[in-house]
Design a protein around this ligand. Structure first.
Ligand SMILES: [Zn+2]
Length: 670
């Protein structure tokens, strides 16, 4: 589930996988550079043109980037692990049995096709028999218990204002398309997407056995119902403000806000008892309930049936899988064919049983040396960030003191979690892929709700170990680097260190800066929502980040769509801060040793390492979807936007005022 307390480095699906055990040592290779481009005119082209030309989009991808190469290497490691597990005759209930049988059951398409919808049929029948409002209530519960987020979402999270305790949380939800804007915008493309969505819903309903004409009418009702939810949903930019998502209220206040039988709902969800909870979006609960109340029962039946089919489409027969691919991947993001089944199964196991797989992955692919080296780098970066804060000319002493106190309290997690998730409650049955999926989903819901009212476990991770990504947690004030990302092109202990500072150093600095971006700055060192800024310093920060928002808003994402500088503000701030901190750390470590490699100074190699992480190809459909939903800017602008703000970059390449890589209005927060 999407976590609201987590700021990731890349928006790759959390199932994306990670690093190989023996990555080839890569020295600095000047052959990666396109010498025909002036680095002061377009540094992304200078650093990435050759890679981009050599890596056209494969037919099974809508985006292919340098970190995708890393994912692929790691998928192969995981595939080897799972094939071995699948052949082992391991004791029932052991990790090897669960991993092996889950992988096998995913690969066994004959059994999946034979089983078809059978495990979902009782639920579909119940939905088809909905005869009144009480049945609707029952169905919301039944779907929520198996991870289908119909109408709204209920889970647990650290209390924003007292992060040591975990509380119940209700928030907006229930949409199928990637964002509320897909339902509300009136441009030609948005209208077309909605039309195609209705066709897709109709096909899914028809595949489940509805007559085609009825399915078409019902599909339109699904869109209408979701449009009401969308109209009442808070938009992504507003959701960035934690204060917009914090509404602490008693259960009595909730009952008067939206007259749903909440007491019965919480009980049926088996949530531990509580008196008060956070309601992320009170306006949504109030408005959506009023808006959908008079819809015909038929609309509810169609909505529930589609959401159930949608959630489990990849676990039932190939016909559902293909229809799902046609709409969500081929049409919406531009991929031409599905990824090979074995890799989809690797990803499915990582999604479902990630900490079991992660333990085996660590054994195969991550040693104490890498952990130690990264921990050292993190220390250096932390010192550099301390220097950076102390020398800021726009921040007064009091706020600096508070910022340094928060920095000192950041927890650094490298490689893998201290405590692994327990899956003993999840039975994995050979040849029952859909049944396994239902049990995994149910256990995940129980696990989340069980935490309500308990002390927050800050040792928890929100990403699996093989993931090529990193994250900062606001509530935990922690930076986290899964083993999956600690590999080339991000990190290689045997290569030129300037490249490492630019690449993994940039990632580490990025995550640290998230503690001080537009969202992170609102939390203190204990992970609590608390304003520790003097009003003047807060205003100065807002002015500086407004500069960054305006800068990126001028960049074109795709076609006539610009980047949303407010949606991407936190990530862009983190990219800018991260590059500077990593650069300072490298300069500290060089001690004036500026020896060149193939004529390139350490500073030049640093900026190449920083930018080359972002080389990518992507389909225009993918770019469009990301422009509307991804808080990260496209790779090209993560490189260019950051570097055109940095005098250090301009000095390294002798860029002159007036050249494109020298911003006339350079922005800087950190
Ligand atoms: Zn980030």
């Amino acid at each position: 589930m999407y976590s609201r307390l987590l700021v990731a480095f890349l928006l790759v699906p959390l199932a994306a996988l990670a690093a190989g055990p023996v990555a080839p040592a890569t020295a600095f290779d000047p052959g990666t550079i396109d010498g025909s481009v002036d680095p002061c005119v377009d540094f992304y082209q200078y650093a990435c043109n050759n890679w981009v030309a050599q890596h056209p989009l494969p037919p099974d991808r809508s985006r292919y980037a340098r970190f995708t190469e890393l994912s692929e290497r790691n998928e192969n490691v995981l595939l080897e692990i799972l094939r071995r597990d699948a052949e082992a005759k391991a004791a029932a209930g052991s990790a090897v049995q669960k991993l092996g049988d889950e992988f096998n059951s995913c690969m066994n398409t004959a059994a999946i096709d034979r089983q078809g919808l059978a495990p979902l049929q009782p639920e579909l029948d119940r939905i088809g028999a909905i005869a009144g409002h009480h049945d609707i209530f029952d169905e919301v519960v039944r779907l929520h218990l198996i991870g289908v987020p119909a109408f709204f979402e209920f889970d647990s999270q650290a209390d924003f204002k007292n992060s040591t305790r975990t509380v119940a949380n209700l928030q907006q939800g229930g949409l199928s398309l990637p964002d509320r804007d897909y339902y509300l915008k009136t441009d030609t493309k948005s209208v077309e997407i909605r039309q195609r969505f209705v066709e897709h819903v109709a096909k899914m309903l028809a595949l489940s056995g509805e007559p085609v004409d009825a399915a078409k009418a019902h599909a339109q009702m699904v869109l209408d119902l979701e449009t009401i939810l969308a109209r009442n949903s808070t938009d992504r930019v507003a959701m960035r403000n934690p204060l917009e998502r914090y509404h602490w209220m008693t259960r009595a206040a909730l009952a008067s806000l939206a007259p749903f039988d909440w007491d019965a709902y919480f009980k049926a969800m088996h949530a531990p008892d509580f008196d008060a909870l956070n309601v992320s979006n009170p306006d949504f609960l109030h408005g959506a309930e009023a808006g959908i109340f008079d819809r015909p029962l038929e609309a509810f039946r169609a909505y529930f049936a589609f959401h159930l089919l949608h959630r489990y489409a990849e676990l039932v027969s190939e016909t559902f899988e293909n229809e799902n691919f046609d709409f969500w991947d081929r049409y919406l993001t531009g991929a031409h064919e599905p990824r090979p089944r074995e890799f989809r199964c690797v990803q499915a196991v990582d999604r479902g049983l990630g900490d079991l797989l992660g333990q085996q992955y660590i054994e195969a692919a991550f040693g104490p040396d890498a952990k130690r080296q990264i921990a050292e780098l993190v220390d250096q970066l932390e010192k550099a960030m301390g220097q950076d804060i102390q020398t800021l000319d726009w921040m007064t002493a009091d706020t600096k003191k508070a910022a340094l106190a928060k920095l000192a309290l950041i927890t650094n997690n490298v490689g893998y979690p201290k405590k692994w998730r327990d899956y003993s409650a999840v039975a994995i049955v050979p040849g029952d892929y859909l049944g396994n999926g239902l049990r995994i989903a149910r256990a995940a819901v129980e696990r989340s709700l069980d935490k309500i009212g308990k002390p927050t476990d800050k040792a928890e991770w929100r990403m699996t170990t093989p993931t090529v990504n990193a994250f900062y947690s606001q509530a935990f004030n922690s930076i986290n680097f899964p083993a999956g990302i600690l590999q080339p092109p991000f990190f290689d202990p045997h290569r030129d260190m300037a490249l490492n500072y630019g690449a993994i150093g940039g990632v580490i600095g990025h995550e640290m800066t998230h503690g001080f971006d537009d969202q992170g700055r609102k939390y203190d060192g204990g992970g609590n929502l608390r304003d520790w800024w003097t009003p003047a310093d807060g205003a100065a920060f807002e002015k500086r980040t407004a500069c960054i928002a305006d800068q990126y808003s001028a960049f074109t994402a795709v076609g006539d769509m610009k980047i949303n500088g407010r949606l991407t503000l936190g990530e862009n701030t983190a990219d800018n801060g991260g590059a500077r901190i990593a650069y300072m750390a490298m300069e500290n470590a060089l001690h004036g040793n500026r020896s060149t490699i193939a004529g390139y100074t350490p500073e030049q190699r640093f900026f190449l390492g920083f930018a080359q992480v972002w080389c990518m190809n992507q389909a225009p459909q993918e770019a469009r979807q990301r422009a509307l939903t991804d808080p990260h800017s496209p790779g090209r602008f993560r490189a260019i936007g950051t570097l055109e703000n940095m005098p250090e970059f301009q000095q390294a390449f002798s860029c002159k005022v007036g050249q494109p890589m020298v911003s006339p209005n350079a922005c800087r927060a950190w």
